[in-house]
Design a binder for this molecule. Sequence first.
Ligand code: URA
Length: 423
Amino acid sequence: MDAISVIRTKRDRGELSPEQIDWVIDAYTRGEVADYQMAALNMAILLNGMNRTEIARWTAAMIASGERMNFDSLSRPTSDKHSTGGVGDKITLPLAPLVAACGAAVPQLSGRGLGHTGGTLDKLESIPGWRALLSNEEMLHVLDTTGAVICAAGDGLAPADKKLYALRDVTGTVEAIPLIASSIMSKKIAEGTGSLVLDVKVGTGAFMKTIEDARELASTMVALGTDSGVKTVALLTDMSTPLGLTAGNALEVRESVEVLAGGGPADVVELTVALAREMLEAAGIKDADPAKALADGSAMDVWRRMIAAQGGDPDAALPVAREQHVVTAPASGVLTRLDAYDVGIAAWRLGAGRARKEDPVQAGAGVELHAKPGDTVTTGQPLLTLHTDTPEKFDYALKSLEGAFDVAPAGTAFTPNPIVLDR
Ligand code: URA
């Protein structure tokens, strides 16, 4: 077998054979297939697609590239959630302790920011002392003793995806449904969760811009999970506007703690509770009430234990960026649009995300929203506050916000998108 013939098959719109797929994933993981050859194959897949049989085999080959974890020793059923990525999407932070407080074990292997979307690990690392990297034994210990763990996937889990994902990020091949579905599901199946709820984002701030593409991605992932014995459910959720009132690492931790304290923005609470219900149902836990576990402080108790178990101080002050810049409303009326992608790019440019893989992120950087679509605003009132340690980035961030919002005359009717668009 050789890489050139595999690339040619897909370039010429052929179907990759199981042998070709197994060989190319294994040879790439071992370094026998070069990055430039895999990049060419990824681009051929992005342009010409893969059928469900090819996607299933590609996913299985990525799982086989590493180890599989096993949670059979735990006394509780496991349930995990994965979001396809959005702006202000801090849901994992309140959700994992909430579902644990309701009786499931939540092994949440998470990632870092990607492009304009934030990453759970980058957010949690703004808590002084908190560690994302745990050995498998440490991860099981935190999960067993607190009910939830949020950490980085170990090097042994789907190593083919680690290499492929980094390559796709820099070769314009992220937005391919077969590659996204196999990337996410190989990690989740190898992780060994019993059930999985997928939050498939749709809208400007998501990788899937249309409901049709999101539906295709969701059904591909649900089929992969179900065929591997993982009870898998997907929700399609709105990502045309940022979730909540913050986009940025420490800013989002602060908002998540507000939700765990029984407050927080209505959209974040609604989506957290909706996903918690799905996770509990998928895990076979009946009669739990996630809304009550937020209100009575039991989810907050799990959060505090979970953060402390990974070296974090749940009472420590969160980092605040050195400089702020306020963007004001240009007119009075009704805010009818606040674009998620533009806000995500602004947060990224302010330092909340990376320009290169090895760059550090700024814990305090990001965008704070003072109004959401549907709110009445008056000329000159603060709409957004930009936060950064590097004020020379304000101009660059402000450029991405040109045209990011619309203010319509007072009295204009406004119907918000529902948060959950489909199941
Ligand atoms: N998240 C992943 O883990 N992989 C992708 O390809 C996209 C989002």
